[in-house]
Write a protein that binds this ligand. Sequence first.
Ligand code: PHE
Length: 339
Amino acid sequence: MKQKIQDLLLEIENFNAKSLDEVEKFRIKFLGSKGIIKDLFNDFKSVDVSLKKEIGQALNQLRKEATEKVNALKEALEDQKQEEKKYGDLTRPAEPLDLGSRHPISIVKNQILEIFSRIGFTVSEGPEIEDDWHNFTALNLPEYHPARDMQDTFFIETDPDILLRTHTSSVQVRYMENHKPPIRTVSPGRVFRNEDISARAHCIFHQVEGLYIDTDVSFADLKQTLLYFTKEMFGKSKIRLRPSYFPFTEPSAEVDIYWGLETETDYKITKGTGWLEIMGCGMVDPNVLKNANIDAEKYSGFAFGMGIERIAMLLYQIPDIRMFYENDVRFLDQFKSVI
Ligand code: PHE
C-alpha cells in the first residue's frame, strides 16, 4: 500500500490539465465519492496496527496533495479564461493594416518636382496670403493694368494691398529678391482665383511654376527644358509653342503637347485635334528682373507655370476637378498603389 501511495503521489505531481473539464475528471478520479483515495481509506481499515500511523499520515498527505493540485489547476485555468476574455484569442492572425493613400495632387506634384530636380531645380515655397507687390506689381502688372483682370482676385477684407495669391509667380519674385543668379527653382503651391466652380475650373487649385535665370539664357533653352519635362512626365516628345501673352514674360507662349488620337478618350480630351494645352511660359520680362534688383543687361531667364489638377486629370482620366477637394474615400482609395 505504501508503494501504491508513492506512485499516486508521483502521478499527482506530474499531472497537468489544459481545460477545466480535465481537472474535474482528475478530481473525480482521486477525490470523488467513489475515487481512488476513498477506496484507499476503506482499505486502510484493514491495515496492520503497527503500520497505521505511518500509512495514515501518507494517506492524508495524498489527499492534501490531490486537493491542492485540483485547486491550483482550477485557479490557473480560470485566470487564463479571464485573459482570453480581455484579449480574445491571442493566436489569431492580426487585423490587416489599412494603409492610407497619397492624394493625387501630391502624387503629381512630387513627380513634377522630381523631374525638375534632376536638372538642378530646387524647390521654393512662399505665403498663400500675399501683398500686391509680389503677386502683381513686381511682375510687371502695375496698378490699373488691364491684365490684372486675367486673374480674378480674392482680397483680404477691405485692404486692396493684401490678397490670396493668384499664382505662384509671387514665390519667384520673393526668390529673386533673396537669391543671386544663377537661379533655378520650381515653386509648387495652392493658388486662388475668384472663378465660377465647374467640372473644369475651381476657385482653389495648385500650380508648379519654374524660373531659370543666368547669363545667355535663350528661348531655345526654354524649349529644350519643356521638351525634357514632357518626355519624362507624359512619355510624349512632340510639343508646340503658340504665341500668347503674359505681362511678366516677353515673348510668351502656351505649350501644347501632342497627345495623339489613338482612342476615343484621346479624341474627347483633345477635341479631335490631338493637341493639349498644358502650360504657359516665356522669357522673363527685363522689367521683372529690374524689380527684383537683378541686372537685366547681364542676365536673362525663362519662366513657366502649369496647373497640377489639369495634369492629374489628364493622367488619371479624372472627369471633374471638384473630385480633388471632396475627399471621398472611394475616390482617394484608388490611388493606394501609387507611391
Ligand atoms: N503665372 C501664370 C499663370 O498663373 C503662368 C505662367 C508662369 C506663365 C510663368 C508664363 C510664365 O497663369
